[in-house]
Design a protein around this ligand. Structure first.
Ligand SMILES: [Zn+2]
Length: 533
């Protein structure tokens, strides 16, 4: 299957015409003609997701939030978003985004949330504008079928599950051919009254030009008459959010608790009286404050990114609010939607998997699904609570990294060593190489950077870093300031890389407890010496 074929499947599941104005959906980076074998579904593209795609051999990443929203004016390695674009191109990884079109789709994220809540009599909170135009043509009766089939082939005439929808009525066309004209019917300068059919159909906005050109080509007249005008129609089965009724009345507080458990959220807050009985519910995964007006007739709106002022406004509307973490609720729904995609691709040998590395940028204390990310040794990876998962039941990849660096001469020829182990102490990968003339401290940082790189490529989500350089450890933990100008960029890069992990701890160990990394440094230096480098 090619990317273009995958796009056609996605267009059926989440038509791009449903996207909100200004959204950026579709193929953002890649090649329509590239082959697709493995698709990684993630809420958004982050460095860990990109590393996961590379390590897992994924040729395509499909995200909900688009990586590219505002135009890029450069593609520079040091800027994270731009670096990711470069990395996608380097790795020949295609990036697709399906955002508000997937929110609004008939079986999109909001529909999935409504379904999970058990809502009945479900309909969209805000119906999608159809984005249709009306094409009205005036055609001689014997040419109507030919013109109609050309216009339908150009993408006109679809309404819901029906194709080839149009209306015709008989009448008379009036015209007077000019002296330069070549009329199919009638004579120059003589007013003509001839039987014609007024034939009209609907055309999606993005097909108007093609439909008009098909109409003109298939029409027998030299100068076919037609009208095009925009319509205000809405679609009845698609749109932002969903509303419906719960099978049984419940309280706002119970609904919040139920939603938190059902959607595996850190927690939900609610506005107003928690004991208020509710039955009619609006739901929108993501940020739904713009739908408060539409939800005003309901008992409660469940969505994300609600703040103080929304609670105040909701009270005035007689509406209760349940505030759910934006990304977590979307991610739960997106993982369910990935099953829909998998089903749609059944038989195509395209493998669809959901990311194991995406995590919410928000952390909270006391609820525990998205742990804080201390750069310190506050929590050794093994001590994490057993139920600590983001992506449902998938296991967290916890690895240990031992690093060391040194130079003979300080400054002199330097080398780095790193050992990446799994949580059982099995060695996954090592680094042992010379890096040219440098100081001990530079070598220590370079060892850390090389180690973090292999840890990231190995898909580590939580990482314990052990180093015997007190300076390195204390600088990374923020206990020492970095004064040396040569170390500043290395420190900055290390901090950037450390932040890519869900949780990381950096600990100082005695040199004798870091023997293997130390041995790899000396091995590289010995080999360099014997090779005369
Ligand atoms: Zn979102």
């Amino acid at each position: 299957m090619l990317i273009a074929d995958l796009e056609a499947v996605l267009e059926k599941l989440a038509p791009r015409a449903l996207a909100e104005p200004g959204d950026n959906c579709g193929l953002l980076v890649g090649d329509h003609d590239a082959r697709v074998r493995r698709v990684l579904v993630a809420l958004e593209l982050t460095e860990p997701v990109l590393a996961e795609a590379g390590a897992g051999g994924f040729d395509t990443v499909l995200t909900h939030h688009p990586l590219l929203f505002s135009p890029l004016t450069s593609l520079v390695e040091s800027r994270p978003r731009e670096r990711m674009v470069r990395e996608l191109i380097r790795g020949r990884i295609n990036l697709l985004a399906h955002h508000t079109n997937l929110d609004s789709a008939e079986r999109g994220l909001a529909a999935i949330a409504a379904d999970a809540l058990g809502l009945e009599n479900v309909s969209p909170l805000r119906l999608s504008p159809a984005g249709w135009y009306k094409l009205v043509g005036f055609v001689p009766p014997d040419a109507v079928e030919k013109v109609a089939s050309a216009v339908f082939d150009a993408g006109a005439g679809g309404i819901g599950d029906y194709e080839g929808c149009a209306f015709s009525g008989e009448g008379r066309g009036w015209f007077t051919p000019g002296l330069e004209a070549h009329p199919t019917i009638g004579q120059l300068s003589i007013p003509e009254r001839t039987p014609e059919v007024r034939w009209e159909t609907v055309v999606p906005k993005n097909r108007v030009a093609m439909a008009v050109s098909a109409y003109i080509s298939a029409h027998p007249y030299e100068e076919p008459a037609f009208d095009i005008y925009p319509l205000e129609n809405v679609l009845t089965r698609t749109g932002l959010g969903r509303q419906g009724t719960l099978p049984r009345e419940t309280t706002v507080a119970d609904l919040a608790a139920h939603a938190a458990a059902l959607f595996e959220l850190d927690g939900c807050s609610w506005s107003g009286d928690g004991g208020r009985l509710v039955r009619s519910v609006g739901v929108l995964p993501g940020s739904g404050r713009s739908l408060m007006q539409e939800a005003a007739g309901l008992d409660v709106l469940l969505t994300g990114d609600l703040g103080y002022h929304e609670a105040d406004r909701a009270e005035g509307l007689g509406l209760a609010l349940v505030n759910a973490p934006h990304g977590q609720l979307e991610w739960w729904c997106l993982r369910r939607w990935a099953e829909t995609l998998r089903a749609a691709l059944a038989g195509s040998e395209v493998d669809v998997e959901t990311s194991e590395t995406w995590r919410s940028p928000w952390n909270s204390a006391g609820g525990g699904v998205s742990p804080a990310q201390p750069v310190g040794d506050a929590a050794p990876a093994e001590a994490l609570p057993a139920g600590d998962t983001v992506a449902g039941a998938e296991a967290i990849r916890r690895l240990r990294l031992r690093v060391d660096g040194g130079s003979r001469g300080n400054p002199g020829t330097g080398a780095i060593g790193a050992v990446l182990e799994d949580s059982d102490g099995r060695v996954l990968e090592t680094v042992s190489r010379v890096i040219g003339v440098c100081t001990n401290n530079v070598a220590e940082y370079r060892a850390l950077l090389a180690g973090l790189e292999i840890a990231q490529k190995a898909g580590a989500q939580e990482l314990e870093v052990l180093a015997d350089s007190e300076l390195l450890v204390k600088q990374v933990r923020g206990e020492y300031r970095v004064k040396n100008a040569g170390l500043k960029p290395l420190h900055e890069e290390a901090m950037g890389r450390l932040r890519q992990f869900r949780r990381v701890s950096v600990r100082h160990v005695r040199r004798e407890d870091n023997a293997e990394a130390d041995r790899l440094v000396n091995k590289a230096l010995d080999e360099a010496t014997s090779a005369g480098l």
